[in-house]
Design a protein around this ligand. Structure first.
Ligand SMILES: Nc1ncnc2c1ncn2[C@@H]1O[C@H](COP(=O)(O)OP(=O)(O)O)[C@@H](O)[C@H]1O
Ligand SMILES: [Mg+2]
Length: 374
């Protein structure tokens, strides 16, 4: 690794500055510094979704659902890198500003996973709290220690605020299309299932943000007029996503939106919401799915500007999207001998190429890595 200074360090102690992840799925070993903008590129099967999915596991762990998740995913062998014959344990270290959360998970003979050790380190107190040999996250963290309980909460809260958005489901049964509670509007849910309620709140409380979102949607879908945000007719406690075309007054529901448009609406809302409602870290796996190249360009610029205040961790297969970023934003994921590798691009190494080619062209020409290999 080079000793280069990273160019967009995280700005908040809620944001993830360093990740060590060993022994998880295709990831044998990953030691990665994270910045405000982290764009993972790589071939199919390289390990991008495993990387982003790992944060779901962390969230489940903090919700005391480790064992449930392990069994849902097929037991410890499905989680350990090539199973327990190859990998003894999953080791994790997440660093948030001054604090850090570490643990090792080992498989047991009855197909559970046990915390070999779980540690929270609070730098400000120079205090480390460790627990051993339990099956769900340790309540000891919350109880018996005198100093720094608030800081502890902050670490846990920081992890819980790693929001992993997924808008891939746009089928008729997609949650974003369903009627939901009008007061379910504290923050935008990860599957956008409360999108209408959230937009309703923005329109009332954050009008300028709301207008910017609508204008941005119109850039990508010029026929889009506005949302119709109102309680449902039979039940004032409920709301559903409705919209009108420009210069028309017949409301459509979300089912009349194309998949790409609906996904773009969700993405624009996530990326343009007011700072105080937005989580400190946003993760999105392949946000470009179903989007037109021009929509992808707009999406790239929304991401760049959101990343000035919020940490973004995304994966992409899109050359157009890649072209929206700078070299140092990009992390190339490759598969070498069955193991995912993660390498942040170094502008110094690519400067002569970048005089003549875009990042996307360099990727297509296989000069960045992150292409299929045998
Ligand atoms: N327990 C495991 N051990 C080793 N490799 C695994 C394990 N689980 C999944 N994989 C590998 O991860 C690949 C999927 O990686 P994924 O992150 O979905 O790729 P992508 O980069 O396309 O998002 C699978 O094809 C498989 O090779
Ligand atoms: Mg994937």
């Amino acid at each position: 690794m080079t000793e280069r200074q990273i160019s967009k360090p995280v700005i908040d102690s809620d944001q993830l500055s360093l990740l060590h992840l060993d022994g998880y799925k295709s990831i044998e070993e990953c030691h990665l510094e994270l910045t405000m903008l982290n764009v993972l590129i790589g071939a199919n099967g390289a390990g991008k979704s495993n990387f982003i999915g790992f944060f779901k596991l962390i969230r489940k762990i903090l919700d005391e659902q480790l064992q449930l998740t392990v069994s849902e995913q097929g037991g410890p062998d499905a989680l350990l890198h090539y199973g327990r014959k190859t990998t003894e344990q999953i080791s994790v270290e997440l660093r948030f500003g001054i604090s850090c959360y570490k643990f090792e998970l080992k498989p047991t003979s009855d197909n559970r996973m046990m915390f070999q050790r779980e540690v929270i380190f609070l730098d400000s107190y120079g205090k480390e709290v460790s627990t051993f040999g339990h099956f769900e996250t340790s309540n000891q963290f919350y109880k018996s220690n005198d100093a720094g309980i608030n800081h502890l909460d902050k670490v846990i809260e920081g992890i819980k605020k790693l929001n992993i958005y997924h808008f891939h489901d746009t089928s008729a049964s997609a949650k974003v299309k369903q009627i939901h509670g009008i007061n379910d509007n504290l923050y935008l849910k990860e599957d956008a299932s409360n999108l209408a309620a959230f937009l309703y709140r923005l329109k009332q409380e954050y009008e300028s943000h709301y207008k910017r979102i609508v204008k941005t949607i119109q850039l990508v879908a010029p026929f889009f007029g506005d949302f119709i945000l109102r309680p449902t007719i039979g039940n004032a406690e409920k709301i559903q996503l409705e919209w009108v075309e420009k210069n028309q007054d017949t409301p459509f529901t979300a089912s009349a939106l194309s998949d790409g448009t609906l996904r773009f609406i969700c993405l624009a809302t996530v990326l343009m919401q007011p700072d105080e409602l937005c989580p400190p870290t946003i993760l999105i796996d392949e946000p470009e799915l179903g989007l037109h190249p021009y929509a992808i360009t707009v999406l790239g610029s929304l991401m760049r500007s959101a990343a000035e205040r919020h940490q973004l961790i995304i994966s992409t297969q899109s050359v157009e999207l890649l072209n929206q970023f700078e070299v140092e934003d990009v992390i190339v994921v490759d598969k070498k001998e069955g193991a995912s590798t993660f390498k942040r691009l170094n502008p110094d190494e690519l400067s002569s190429w970048l005089e003549d080619y875009s990042l996307g062209e360099l990727w297509t020409k296989n000069l960045l890595g992150g292409r299929p290999s045998r």
